[in-house]
Design a protein around this ligand. Structure first.
Ligand code: SAM
Ligand code: 2KA
Ligand code: SF4
Ligand code: MG
Length: 215
């Protein structure tokens, strides 16, 4: 029980991506992923090779090991910096790494008790506990998708072997294409724009935090 949750970092910023872009949020980045070790020397043999994130260890700002749902929720609540207002609830985005290797119903309940609306960013390869308020699934080529419903499907584009068409009949409210960051970002952005213009059921998601220089 000493380390039920392993967390790389907890920080307060604006959600940069997807339908909630611009919304103030605490990000809780869980350590570890099932599609990459996180070591650069392993990237070429990973299932997911384009990851833009360091999720190894518990050494980031606010990171650590938390022994209970209440401890994790307290750390997240103490990172929220927004003033109380009737029009908004505190918002936490659980990400990683792959948060569904660790996030359980008890943690979600503890966050709700602290007054949080709970969102998740997941690769969709593991089932989600009940109670999460916003589920964003980002499928990865070569990984089986088990989470086939949610609020938002955010496809990193292009991914050889993944055609956006294969996701349109799934049970997601919003469909988003997010250009793959990396050396080909300009061309990937062009391609995503072209795809959305021709297939208006898809909307563009930009990683706005990278453009404005925040975390
Ligand atoms: C770092 S992942 C962590 C959450 C989860 N493991 C996942 O993949 O959804 C957070 C988001 O960043 C996206 N992402 C990761 N690398 C990216 C890249 N190079 N370009 C664009 N989006 C990327 C993921 O697809 C996901 O939507
Ligand atoms: N600002 C900001 N927005 C984000 N949306 C999803 C992120 C993630 O890494 O999961 C992320 C992130 O790392 N930073
Ligand atoms: S599944 Fe998510 S955290 Fe894991 S390597 Fe891919 S983008 Fe990174
Ligand atoms: Mg990120």
């Amino acid at each position: 029980m000493r380390s039920r949750y392993r967390v790389k970092e907890i920080f307060y910023t604006l959600q940069g991506e997807g339908s909630h872009a611009g919304r103030p949020a605490v990000f809780c980045r869980f350590t570890s992923c099932n599609l990459w070790t996180g070591r650069e020397s392993d990237r070429h043999r990973a299932i997911c090779q384009f990851c833009d994130t360091d999720f190894v260890g518990t050494d980031g700002p606010g990171g650590g090991r938390f022994s209970s749902p209440a401890d994790l929720a307290s750390a997240i609540a103490s990172t929220w910096q927004g003033k109380d207002h009737a029009r908004s609830r505190p918002y936490v985005v659980c990400t990683g790494g792959e948060p569904l290797l660790q996030l359980d119903a008890e943690a979600v309940e503890a966050l709700h008790r602290k007054g949080f609306e709970v969102a998740i960013e997941t690769n969709g390869t593991r089932p989600a506990p009940s109670g999460i308020d916003w589920v964003c699934v980002s499928p990865k080529a070569g990984a089986d998708l088990v989470l086939t419903s949610g609020d938002e499907l955010k496809l990193v584009f292009p991914q050889p072997g993944l055609d956006p068409e294969q996701f349109v009949e799934l049970d997601f409210t919003h469909l988003r294409l997010q250009p793959m960051d990396g050396p080909d970002l300009p061309a990937n952005t062009e391609a995503a724009i072209e795809y959305c213009l021709a297939h208006p059921q898809w909307q563009l998601s930009l990683q706005t935090h990278k453009y404005i220089g925040i975390r």
